[in-house]
Design a binder for this molecule. Structure first.
Ligand code: SN0
Length: 311
């Protein structure tokens, strides 16, 4: 593995999940000599779990970790090749990525979608991967959140009762327009794991075909919930009407009565979550809610990937 941008960088998902199990059971075990290596976490956007779990993961591996809020503490970066830099952006990613890559053995970057047309070109991450000599890890880019999806798989693996559980990714309402990254990665990773995936959403919220893949699409949320083993709620904005909010229908909130249609499903969400908009208090506070455990597994997914890339 040379970088961790997407699931395409994982050629052996089963093996990766085995490695995650080992990391989870023995978080402080050290094999190989990666002590004294150093990681830089670069944030262009806010974070709670990603920041803290990546830092914990590095600390568990006894590697040095530096957090840089490049969005607020660094020069404004230019990402476009050939730009005439006579405006507000002081530094080109070419130099920034090259320099940071000489200071650290791995850099991990968060750069959300701006919900602008160019998002699916993944300019920020691809420019860093091109110009940084150290391996790059995706901490949520415009179209993907692979460490979240990996942690979600670790969570589902620990709770699934059948080889091919029925997993439902359901759209839920939200007051703001959000990226598709979490939903996109969840779809790819759960399909790669061989689960039976249904994606439920109102019309107009279809994910890009490269991300929905062979998942079943269901416009009737109640029907989707029938016999489900896992309900994963997430809001995303429209892909076809890019970045737009097409629906705010509160009937799409995950509620106790809908959870009753399932096969005693576990409830999942990547967090942060808007209570009583995306999911009711009763569901997220129930014994079937896995949201905190998912977040805890973010340490496992980050640590497994850092370990691979630094070893
Ligand atoms: C981000 C997203 O991609 O949907 C990060 C999720 C891990 N979520 C948000 O930006 C939610 C912000 C809000 O206002 O609720």
């Amino acid at each position: 593995m040379k970088q961790f941008f997407s699931i395409d960088d994982v050629s052996d998902l089963k093996q990766l999940l085995e490695e995650a199990k080992v990391v989870k059971e023995n978080p402080f075990e050290l094999k190989g000599n990666i002590r004294n290596k150093s990681i830089c976490l670069l944030f262009l956007n806010p974070s709670l779990r990603t920041r803290l779990s990546s830092q914990r993961a590095a600390q568990n591996l006894r590697v040095n970790v530096t957090i840089f809020d490049v969005g607020s503490g660094g020069w404004q970066l230019e990402f476009t090749d050939g730009a005439i830099m006579n405006s507000d952006k002081a530094e080109h990613v070419k130099e920034a990525a090259a320099v940071i890559g000489t200071y650290f053995d791995l850099i991990a970057i968060r750069a959300f979608a701006k919900l602008e047309d160019k998002d699916y070109q993944e300019q920020v991450l691809s420019q860093f991967m091109k110009h940084c000599p150290a391996p790059v890890v995706n901490l949520e880019s415009s179209t993907r959140h692979p460490l979240q999806a990996f942690a979600d798989l670790v969570t589902i693996e620990a709770y699934k009762k059948t080889k091919k559980p029925k997993v439902v990714l359901t759209w839920a309402p939200h007051p703001r327009a959000l990226p598709q990254a979490v939903a996109n990665s969840f779809s790819l990773w759960t399909q790669a794991a061989g689960y039976d995936l249904t994606i439920a959403h109102p019309e107009g919220y279809e994910l890009a075909p490269e991300f929905s893949g062979n998942a079943k699409v269901e416009y009737d949320q109640r029907k989707a919930f029938e016999e489900a083993d896992f309900i994963y709620a997430k809001n995303w904005s429209s892909y076809s009407n890019y970045g737009e909010i097409l629906c705010k229908d509160s009937n799409w909130m995950v509620s106790e009565d809908k959870m009753k249609l399932t096969n005693n499903a576990k409830f999942m969400h990547c967090l942060p979550v808007r209570r009583n908009v995306v999911v009711s208090d009763a569901v997220i506070d129930s014994k079937d809610s896995l949201v905190v455990e998912q977040a805890e597994n973010r340490i496992v997914s980050a640590q497994t990937i850092f370990k691979r890339l630094l070893s």
